[in-house]
Write a protein that binds this ligand. Structure first.
Ligand code: NAD
Length: 449
């Protein structure tokens, strides 16, 4: 690592930023840094992805991101390439935003991160600030530095800058972050990252500088805390059903306590996505390697796995034999406003239904294409939410897309063979559903209506 403590980009020279890995995170980071005037190169090995992006065709659905990409690309601040080496050679600051999928034992697979580190060491042509943006276990920045250092002839400065954006609201989260966490070891890196993030924190939200291991740990602790809240509420919801309580009332009752707060207290069909499941696993794994068992988190994971079977269980309770039944599913993505299907609860439900011999017909406003890519034609895909209901024995709601919130209940009832709705997101009023003649089961609201 560089002994240098001063890194001065001349005022006349814009800071060239290279973001390596153009997935959800890399693309949002690149587009948002370009939006504030920086020249940004996004590099990825995926030729099809980069070819598409050059034509403003986005590989993911993320509200508002297409405008950012198009505007900044047309104004020449944002470029896309598969030539990672060239992108590194012209950079002053490199963000590493490649994937860190779970390894077989649950730990984070650092192959991509360390492959990029090697590339950086070989191809850097200037003193460089290297930022790990990917979610990586404590000690990874040090491994990146060691790998870069084996090849580098110029000084460099390491930073850890975990990303807290939420898919579906990524642009807003990046442009107006609650806080920016930056792990640094020297003043030069601190100054560089402070400058880059200045435009995003003008309303006074903090850039929290800390040591690198603490920054790395902060990201895992944040996701683990959020996953814990979800699993906790799912278990409370399951108990509410047994004792005749309504989890919505309980949620409001505890969420208004300033010490608890209202966010992330909604029960559901189990958390999914690319982050919570893998980050909880990775943290549990790190802890067990260190001989510090994280018992709470082990249970969080177990509770979530069990929760993913609840919708199937409820359908079985209401319909009896599922073989030969036709089940409509509304919502496939792991949450609304994204087409991300990683670890989605819908995939568990679909698998169970197919194994039980049921037919599945699904609708999702944006994720059907991605579902088809993953599981093909094992299920039917409906053109509209109502088309999915035609001749179905029941409707299961998995994702709380806005368009499902105020449906035409008469049309639902008229289309279904029997008026059975299993709602994994508590979208509807239980009394209203009963008065409309539905057999309605939701999560944690006193069982059936
Ligand atoms: N998705 C989220 O909501 C989110 C939020 C915060 C943090 N993170 C973290 O950010 C990281 C990236 O996540 P993501 O969802 O953007 O992943 P992703 O899978 O969508 O994208 C990763 C990209 O990296 C590319 N890549 C892999 N190896 C490469 C290499 N050697 N050189 C160049 N490109 C390479 C892949 O082709 C892919 O396009 C992960 O560590 C993740 O945990 C994700």
């Amino acid at each position: 690592m560089a002994p240098h403590l001063s890194l001065h980009f001349p005022d006349s020279h814009a800071v060239n930023i290279t973001v390596i890995g153009t997935g959800y995170v890399g693309l949002v980071v690149g587009a948002c840094l370009a939006e504030t005037g920086n020249p940004v190169t996004c590099a990825d090995l995926d030729q099809a992805k980069i070819d598409g992006l050059k034509q403003n065709v986005l590989p993911i659905y993320e509200p508002g991101l297409d405008d950012y990409v198009e505007r900044n690309q047309s104004q020449g601040r944002l470029t896309f390439t598969t030539d990672v080496a060239a992108a590194i050679s012209r950079a002053d600051v490199v963000f590493i935003a490649v994937g860190t999928p779970p390894d077989e034992d649950g730990s984070a697979d650092l192959r991509h991160v360390l492959a990029v580190a090697e590339q950086i060491g070989k191809h850097m042509r200037r003193e460089l600030v290297i930022v790990t943006k990917s979610t990586v276990p404590v000690g990874t920045a040090a491994k990146v530095a060691a790998t870069v250092g084996r090849h580098a002839t110029l000084p460099f400065h390491m930073c850890s800058n975990p990303e807290f954006l939420k898919e579906g609201a990524a642009i807003d989260d990046f442009m107006k972050p609650d806080r920016v966490v930056v792990g640094v070891e020297d003043a030069a890196a601190r100054e560089t990252l402070g400058d880059l993030y200045g435009p995003f924190v003008r309303s006074g939200n903090p850039i929290i500088f800390m040591d690198i291991p603490s920054a790395e740990m902060t990201k895992y602790a944040a996701n683990a805390m959020l996953a814990t809240r979800i699993s906790f509420m799912n278990e409370i919801a399951n108990l509410c059903e047994r004792v005749g309580a309504d989890v919505d009332n309980v949620r409001k009752g505890i969420g208004s306590d300033g010490r608890i707060g209202p966010a992330f207290l909604f029960p559901g069909p189990g958390y999914g996505g690319s982050c919570f499941p893998k980050d909880v696993k990775a943290l549990v794994r790190t802890a067990s390697e260190c001989g510090v068992p994280l018992r709470v988190l082990t249970s969080v994971e177990e509770a979530n796995d069990a929760q993913k079977h609840r919708l199937f269980g409820k359908l079985g309770e209401l319909l009896g034999e599922l073989k030969g039944r036709r089940i409509a599913i509304w919502g496939l993505a792991f949450k609304p406003n994204t087409d991300d299907m990683r670890e989605a609860a819908s995939l568990v439900l679909i698998e169970e239904l197919l194994e039980a011999g049921a037919q599945v017909v699904a609708h999702d406003p944006v994720a059907m294409h991605e579902t088809k890519r993953r599981i093909g034609d094992q299920i039917e895909y409906a053109e509209s939410s109502y088309a999915a209901l035609q001749g179905a024995d029941a409707l299961a709601i998995v994702t709380d897309w806005n368009e499902y919130r105020h449906p035409d209940f008469g049309r639902i009832k008229g289309s279904l063979k029997s008026p059975v709705v299993v709602d994994g997101r508590n979208l509807y009023d239980t009394r209203k559903m009963k008065s409309l003649g539905f057999t309605y089961a939701s999560i944690g609201r006193g069982g059936k209506a």
